[in-house]
Design a binder for this molecule. Structure first.
Ligand SMILES: Cc1cc2nc3c(=O)[nH]c(=O)nc-3n(C[C@H](O)[C@H](O)[C@H](O)COP(=O)(O)O)c2cc1C
Length: 223
């Protein structure tokens, strides 16, 4: 079982988010999963330039590491998104990646995959940032298994650490179990179903301009 962990802290795995992610990965390992960590700190993902080339061809026109990440997302069974809270949201590194995934979102190309989210903050709004990341996961078509977030209590340390780390390890194990059981997250289905209608409709509206996405949906909607 292949799990891709994407961490978007400028401190890479050395910061608070990396510390919490380590525990989620320990849970993945305990459940028999294999994790590949990609740190956006050491990769280049530039901001989207809205050229629409991905919608037309399925390939991003910007020459950086995005296509590599995309291929790994398409190849994995499950993925983990890990970001510090930057101004009530994800870091700029993570947001750049989200924006670059616009073509994947139009196609809901990660349907059938499972994801978990990790977030740390200086002082709060953890649930809000996790919710935002979960929304991204669902727009890709993937299932969210859940998230773990916490304010820090110092460098690479957290309040109520024992319970937090236990939850993080449970999350990692649950990620693998969800994949193994092809678990259904019914509470996410209505959002995904509505979003599916919206994306299929958008691509149909733009069918003369976005041939890749038109053909992708034609294939997906084949009875
Ligand atoms: C640019 C920047 C913005 C931040 N914004 C917030 C914020 O809005 N709310 C908050 O609670 N903490 C905020 N923090 C603190 C970080 O979320 C927190 O220290 C986090 O644990 C850092 O994770 P890292 O060590 O993995 O990078 C911010 C830190 C930075 C550098």
């Amino acid at each position: 079982m292949k799990i891709l962990a994407l961490i978007a802290s400028p401190r890479g795995m050395q910061g608070n988010t990396g510390r919490l992610l380590e525990e989620v990965i320990a849970g993945v390992t305990a459940a028999g999963g294999e994790t590949e960590i990609l740190s956006l700190k050491t990769l280049t993902v530039n901001p989207c330039v809205a050229c629409d080339v991905c919608h037309k061809t399925g390939i991003c026109n910007i020459n950086d590491d995005y296509e590599l990440i995309k291929e790994k997302l398409l190849a994995c069974d499950g993925f983990i998104l890990a970001s510090p809270n930057y101004i009530w949201s994800v870091s700029a590194q993570m947001k750049a990646l989200f924006d670059r995934c616009n073509g994947l979102i139009h196609c809901m190309a990660l349907e059938g995959k499972y994801a978990a989210m990790v977030e740390t903050s200086g002082g709060g709004e953890d649930a809000e940032v996790l919710k935002y990341m979960e929304r991204f996961v669902n727009t890709l078509g993937a299932n969210s298994v859940g998230g773990v977030g916490s304010p820090m209590a110092g460098v690479r340390t957290f309040p109520d650490e024992e319970n937090l780390y236990a939850s993080a390890r449970t999350l990692g194990r649950e990620l693998c179990h969800s994949i193994g059981e092809k678990r259904i997250y019914a509470e996410q289905d209505s959002f995904r179903a509505e979003f599916r209608v919206r994306m299929a409709g958008l691509v149909d509206m733009m069918k003369d301009y976005w041939p890749f996405e038109r053909d992708y949906w034609a294939e997906k909607l084949k009875p």
